[in-house]
Design a protein around this ligand. Structure first.
Ligand code: ZN
Length: 657
C-alpha cells in the first residue's frame, strides 16, 4: 500500500507569518473523487460552518463585533496614508484580532496592546467616511472614537478574556461574554437549584446560554432561533436544511433534523438526543461538527463556544488504521508485556482518519489536530464516542515545518535531517495510529486493581503506555510485512524525532526556571530520559556537543527498541497492579525536572530561528457549479493565498449579528 502522507507534492502550505502567528493553508486530497452528492452535502455543511462566525466573536467579548466592523471599515475605506509606521502597526493589530476572533490572544487570553496610540486611532476613524462606519442610530464618529478608544487602548480595561485565578471573582475578571451584570456567586446559586440529584442522564446545564440580570432577576438568554444569536442561528438552520436533502443516508437526515430542532428550541435534551444519533452514525464518508461544544472559554466551565467543521474520510489512511485494527490481536499477543496482563481478546479502536473541508467558529483559524466527541460522560459510556485525527491539517503542519531551520538546528546530522524529510510525515501518522488504535486498547488490569489507583500520574502513564506500544512496534518487521512502513529508515526517523523532542526541544514551550507540568510532555520526557539512563553504559543514546551546541544521537536503534519494550512492560505492570509508588517514580524521576543550563541553551537557539509558536489556517473556497435549473452538479476547490482577504470576505459575507 502506498503511504498517503509522503511529502512529495509541491503544494505551498505557507501563507503568512506575523507576530507570534503562522498562517498556513491545507489541502483537500481526494476531494475530486467524492461523488457530486457528497460534494454538495459538504458545500451546504461548509456554509453552515461559516454562518455562525459572528457568534464566537460576540461570545469572546461583547464589543468584539463592533470592533471588528470598525477595523473592516477602516481597512476598506481609510483615505489617509497607508505607508506610515502607524498604519502598519494598525494592520498588524487588525490581523491579530482577526486571528483571535477578538481583541484577546486566542491562547494566552491577554488583551492585545495596539502598536499605535489613541490619537492615531481617532485619525483612522476620521479618515474613513461617515457612511462606511458601523455607527448606531444617531451616533457620531466622535462618539464611536470616545467609546472604542479606552476599550482598545486602556490596559486596565478588560485585560483578560478568561481569568481562572482562584480567589478572584472569575466572572467579573473575565472579559468573555457568557455573563453580564451578575456575580459569580449569583450564577452559582442560579444553577445550583437546576441540577437533578442522582440523574444518570443529566443534560449539560447552562451549555447554550448567557446569564444576565433583568430587572434585578438573574435570567438565561438561550442561544436559539428567536433568542440570543437567533439571526445567525437561523442562517445555520437554513444551510442544514439544504444539507438534509443532499445527505446520503437516512441516518444523517434524521440526525440533522434533531440538530435543527435543537437550534430552534435551545432544548438541551434535544442536544443529547442529537449527539446520540451522531455517535451512532459511525462511519459516514462525510461528517461534521456544528454546535456549542467546548467549555474552555467559560471561567466557570459550563458555557460552550460555537464551533464547526466539515470533514470527509481519508480512505487511504483509514485503510492504514483498518490494517492495524485488523491485526490488533497479533500486536497484543506479541507485546513485550507480562503474559498475564495481555488481553485474550483485544478490540482495536476504530479511529477515522479525516480530511478537513472547512473550519468554522472556534476551530478557525487555529484548528485542533484530533477530536473526540461528544463531551457528555454518560453518552460516552453508554453509546460511545467518535474519535478522528485530522490528516490534512497534520500534514500541513509537518510539511510547512520543514525548511524553517528547526530540524537543521537540532538534528544530530544531515542523515537524520534527510530521514525526517523523507519519512517524517508517514512515521508520525503511523505512530499516532498505533498509539490510538491499539496502544490505549492494549493490556488489562489485575483482578481487584482500583482503576483510579495511579491518581495524578494516571494520565502521563497512560500516554506513556500508548506511546511505548507504538515505539516498540515501529521497529518491528511486521510493519514492513503489512505494508505500513516503506523501510527501516522510516522507523529510525520515528525514533530520532521522539528522542530529539523528549530530550531536547519540547522544553521550548516551558518558561525558564519551570518544571514540566503537562501530561503529554511529562510522558515524552519520562520515556526519553528513562531509555537514555538505562542505555547509558552501552551508549545506546548519547548527548554530544557540536560547535558548543547540544545534540542527541542514537547509536543503537535495535537496543533502543528493547529498552522501549522493557519500559512498556514496567508501565503496563504499574497500571495492571495499580502500583502508585512505582508509577510516581517513573514520572517524577524522569519526566518532570528540566536541566536549567540545557534549557537556557535550547531557548536561546530556538529564539534565533524566529519561529511563530502558534499556527492557524485559511480555508479553501468551495465553489458550487450549477446546472441550468439551479441544481448543484459539482463543487470546485479554490485555494486561498491571502489571509487578510479571507478575513474581509468572511466579514462581508457571513456577518449576521
Ligand atoms: Zn493518547
Amino acid at each position: 500500500m502506498k503511504p498517503t502522507n509522503l511529502n512529495t507534492d509541491d503544494f505551498k502550505y505557507f501563507v503568512e507569518q506575523f507576530d507570534d502567528i503562522r498562517v498556513l493553508k491545507y489541502k483537500l486530497p481526494g476531494f475530486e473523487n467524492l461523488s457530486p452528492r457528497q460534494k454538495e452535502y459538504i458545500y451546504y455543511l461548509s456554509q453552515a460552518s461559516l454562518a455562525g462566525r459572528d457568534i464566537l466573536w460576540d461570545q469572546n467579548f461583547r464589543h468584539n463585533l463592533l470592533i471588528r466592523k470598525t477595523l473592516e471599515a477602516i481597512i476598506g475605506n481609510y483615505t489617509g496614508d497607508k505607508e506610515t509606521t502607524d498604519y502598519k502597526a494598525f494592520m498588524l493589530y487588525a490581523k491579530k484580532v482577526f486571528f483571535a476572533n477578538g481583541i484577546h490572544h486566542h491562547y494566552s487570553n491577554d488583551k492585545f496592546k495596539p502598536g499605535f496610540n489613541a490619537g492615531f486611532f481617532a485619525k483612522l476613524i476620521n479618515g474613513t467616511k461617515y457612511k462606511d462606519l458601523p455607527l448606531s442610530k444617531g451616533q457620531s464618529s466622535d462618539q464611536l472614537i470616545a467609546f472604542l478608544t479606552p476599550i482598545l487602548c486602556d490596559e486596565r480595561l478588560f485585560p483578560r478574556k478568561v481569568e481562572q485565578k482562584s480567589g478572584a471573582d472569575m466572572i467579573a475578571e473575565s472579559a468573555s461574554n457568557f455573563y453580564e451584570g451578575v456575580k459569580q456567586k449569583e450564577v452559582e446559586e442560579f444553577y445550583a437549584g437546576k441540577t437533578i440529584p442522582d440523574d444518570t442522564h443529566p443534560i449539560s446545564i447552562g451549555l447554550n446560554s448567557r446569564v444576565v440580570k433583568v430587572n434585578g432577576k438573574v435570567t438565561e438568554e438561550v442561544y436559539k432561533s428567536g433568542g440570543k444569536y437567533g439571526a445567525a442561528i437561523n442562517k445555520i438552520i437554513q444551510w442544514l436544511e439544504k444539507a438534509i436533502n443532499a445527505a446520503e443516508i437516512e441516518k444523517q437526515k434524521d440526525e440533522l433534523k434533531i440538530l435543527i430542532e435543537y437550534y430552534k428550541t435551545g432544548d438541551l435534551k434535544k442536544w443529547d438526543e442529537y449527539n446520540i444519533a451522531w455517535v451512532r452514525n459511525t462511519s459516514p464518508m462525510v461528517d461534521y461538527i456544528n454546535g456549542f461544544i467546548e467549555i474552555y472559554e467559560d471561567p466557570l466551565g459550563m458555557k460552550a463556544t460555537w464551533e464547526a467543521i466539515v470533514d470527509y474520510t481519508d480512505l487511504e489512511a483509514t485503510k492504514r488504521t483498518k490494517i492495524i485494527t485488523d491485526n490488533a490481536q497479533w500486536f497484543e499477543d506479541h507485546s513485550p508485556i507480562h503474559a498475564k496482563y495481555r488481553k485474550e481478546k483485544v478490540k482495536g479502536v476504530a479511529a477515522r482518519v479525516i480530511n478537513i473541508a472547512m473550519l468554522g467558529g472556534d476551530c478557525y483559524p487555529a484548528s485542533p489536530l484530533g477530536i473526540n466527541l461528544p463531551n457528555a460522560n454518560w453518552i460516552r459510556k453508554e453509546v460511545g464516542s467518535k474519535s478522528v485525527t485530522l490528516a490534512n491539517i497534520t500534514n500541513a503542519y509537518d510539511v510547512a515545518s520543514q525548511g524553517n531551520g528547526f530540524l537543521e538546528e537540532f538534528a544530530s546530522d544531515q542523515a537524520e535531517v534527510e530521514r525526517i524529510k523523507k519519512y517524517g510525515s508517514i512515521s508520525d501518522a503511523l505512530h499516532t495510529d498505533l498509539h490510538e488504535c491499539v496502544g490505549h486498547a492494549s493490556g488489562k488490569l489485575a483482578e481487584g486493581t482500583d482503576p483510579n489507583a495511579l491518581k495524578n500520574y494516571a494520565s502521563p502513564l497512560e500516554e506513556a503506555r500508548a506511546d511505548l506500544f507504538a515505539l516498540y512496534y515501529m521497529m518491528d518487521k511486521k510493519l514492513l510485512e503489512l505494508g505500513l512502513l516503506p523501510n527501516e529508515d522510516a522507523a529510525k526517523a520515528s525514533y530520532d524525532a521522539y528522542l530529539r523532542n523528549g530530550l531536547l526541544t519540547q522544553i521550548v514551550r516551558i518558561k525558564p526556571g519551570k518544571d514540566i507540568e503537562e501530561a503529554h510532555m511529562r510522558n515524552r520526557s519520562a520515556i526519553s530520559h528513562w531509555v537514555y539512563e538505562k542505555g547509558k553504559t552501552e551508549n545506546v543514546v548519547e548527548f554530544f556537543k557540536y560547535g558548543g551546541k547540544s545534540h542527541v544521537k542514537i547509536n543503537d536503534y535495535r537496543k533502543l527498541r528493547t529498552l522501549f519494550g522493557e519500559l512498556l512492560k514496567e508501565v503496563q505492570r504499574v497500571k495492571s497492579e495499580g502500583d502508585y509508588e512505582a508509577g510516581k517514580s517513573i514520572i517524577e524521576d524522569f519526566g518532570v525536572k528540566v536541566d536549567h543550563k540545557l534549557h537556557a541553551e535550547i531557548l536561546s537557539r530556538y529564539e534565533k530561528l524566529n519561529l511563530a509558536p502558534y499556527t492557524g489556517f485559511v480555508n479553501p473556497k468551495l465553489i458550487p457549479v450549477f446546472n441550468t435549473i439551479g441544481e448543484i452538479t459539482d463543487v470546485e476547490v479554490e485555494y486561498v493565498n491571502d489571509y487578510l482577504d479571507q478575513m474581509l470576505e468572511y466579514g462581508r459575507d457571513y456577518s449576521f449579528l
